[in-house]
Write a protein that binds this ligand. Structure first.
Ligand code: UDX
Length: 484
């Protein structure tokens, strides 16, 4: 390297170890590596990293960037992924002790060595900044201790972030905590959502009767910690969440809306002809036979059913979905993960286990982005995880939402009531209502939802095209990293 020449920035990216968080942050890492010569260190839990190694060709995806490296942390919690609020708390607790030494080493060692020698050590320049998952307060604390500027990345919707952010006002106004069953009571103190938000649409943990102030304190301090960062990154786009983003900007002016990231990355790869991105999310072996089956189905005739990587269902819930789907007479493609059932001792009915029915096809993991882009898909029965929501609306696929955890309750309200992209099945799970909603989505109201979905898709596509808002915001993020 030339004497005095400026070194490229080095960004540490640190997601919470769950697929819904790792996937968009890996996409961002790849976009940064493609768009600039920024060095990226991606911190991954060992359990996630091993899955990535098993199922995707990490070498071909990231090996082509000389400035990219993974660092792994052993959380000591086995190979499992978090499936409940308790699991999430356990991971956060483990990270408090396991992540600290690694972060310190990254932040201080490189800097310290570099300060004295003014040379790149092993091709890695000193850390310029941290892009941390917004729920990892420990990462921000260590970065502050070491003088490393931090950007937060919230992998959920901006709307759900805003609902979390308003918890102090909700407590102050006596709207939280609440108890009892009246979940239809309107919520008045989340600005911008007054006309449609109900108790049942708040993030899931708000429902727990005796959660206690400690839990609210914890969520509040995590959310408010973003105020200490240089800016907040969202996997969303202005055309989708503009009014709520404007509310957030009053307190956090520096927002980077750069989504939908999966599409943003695909566009970038296409425009630079740098090969094909893995369409896979990489944590499970995909059953690609479903694509062949889809090829044989008529256009827009199949309902895709998947509840993401985290939530589990009881045997009763699975059975109700099965009957609702079969009775609807619609073709369906259903992802039933090997670990989806709540009680390990429960045995599924043979029909469900075998997964073959005249109108159905079952796999344990699908190439979801490709499935949603397939012309045979006409609807998506989803748990309203944020990635699934974005992937669906990008392909103009109307949704039936069955939210369970965290941000999913907020997302599904927006899908049903604000964006009018489908139906909200929240808090019910009976075969009759499921059958009715499937028929409504796929037949009775099909054209109405398709029209809305097509309008939204246009906005999404424009945002990640040349000159679109998400493209410009990513460029601004890169410039801001360079100017640190
Ligand atoms: C978690 C939370 O549950 C969710 O609420 C939050 O918004 C993000 O983190 P997860 O439940 O896994 O995520 O849902 P989601 O965000 O939808 O992510 C699932 C990902 O898995 C999607 O990118 C989807 O494409 C992928 N997937 C899912 C597959 O590739 N194949 C499948 O068969 C199912």
């Amino acid at each position: 390297m030339e004497q005095g020449a400026r070194q490229p920035p080095h960004v540490v990216i640190f997601p919470f170890p769950a697929l819904g968080h790792v996937h968009p942050m890996l996409n961002l890492a790849e976009l940064l590596s493609l768009s600039s010569n920024i060095h990226v260190t991606f911190i991954n839990a060992l359990s996630i990293h091993n899955r990535l190694l098993r199922c995707t060709d990490l070498q071909s995806r990231f090996g082509r960037f000389p400035g990219f490296r993974f660092k792994t942390i052993n959380l000591g919690l086995g190979d499992g992924l978090p499936h409940s609020s308790d699991d999430i708390m356990a991971v956060l607790k483990s990270l408090r002790t396991t992540a600290k030494p690694l972060l310190k080493e990254l932040f201080l060692l490189d800097n310290c060595e570099l300060g004295t020698t003014d040379k790149i050590i092993g091709q890695v320049p000193p850390v310029t900044c941290l892009i941390s998952d917004g729920i990892l307060i420990i990462a921000l604390e260590v970065a502050e201790e070491c003088g490393i500027p931090t950007f937060h990345f919230r992998t959920s919707s901006a709307s759900s972030f805003w609902a979390y952010y308003c918890i102090p006002q909700l407590i102050h106004a006596g709207e939280l905590p609440f108890s009892g069953n009246d979940l239809d009571t309107p919520i008045a103190n989340v600005k911008g959502m007054e006309s449609f938000l109900r108790r049942r649409d708040l993030p899931s943990f708000c429902r727990v009767d005796n959660l206690g102030e400690g839990a609210f304190q914890c969520v509040m301090s995590v959310t408010l910690s973003t105020l200490r960062t240089k800016g907040l990154i969202f996997n969303t786009f202005e055309g989708l969440e503009g009014p709520i983003l404007d509310q957030i900007r009053v307190d956090i002016p520096n927002l980077y809306t750069i989504g939908p990231l999966h599409a943003h990355l695909k566009n970038k790869l296409a425009s630079e002809s740098k090969g094909k991105s893995i369409s896979s999310n990489g944590l499970w072996e995909e059953d690609r036979s479903c694509l062949k089956w889809l090829d044989e189905q008529p256009s827009r005739s199949v309902l895709y059913v998947s509840f993401g990587s985290v939530i589990t269902l009881t045997k009763h819930e699975l059975t109700e979905f099965w009957h609702g789907l079969v009775n609807s007479g619609q073709q369906f493609l259903w992802v039933i993960r090997h670990d989806v059932i709540k009680d390990k001792d429960d045995v599924l009915e043979v029909e469900l286990k075998e997964g073959r029915k005249e109108n159905g096809y079952i796999v344990s993991w699908a190439p979801q982005e490709e499935v949603l882009a397939h012309p045979s898909i006409g609807g998506f029965l989803t748990h309203s995880g944020w990635n699934s929501t974005l992937e669906s609306l990008y392909e103009a696929v109307p949704m039936i939402c069955w939210p369970q955890l965290a941000d999913q309750q907020v997302n599904s309200r927006f899908v049903g009531e604000v964006w009018k992209l489908g139906l909200d099945l929240k808090d019910t799970c009976g075969r009759v209502i499921i059958e009715k909603m499937v028929s409504e989505l796929m037949e009775a109201r099909r054209n109405e939802f398709l029209q809305r979905a097509n309008e939204m898709t246009k906005l999404a596509r424009a945002s990640v095209s040349e000159g679109g808002s998400s493209t410009r915001n990513l460029d601004r993020l890169i410039q801001d990293i360079y100017s640190i």
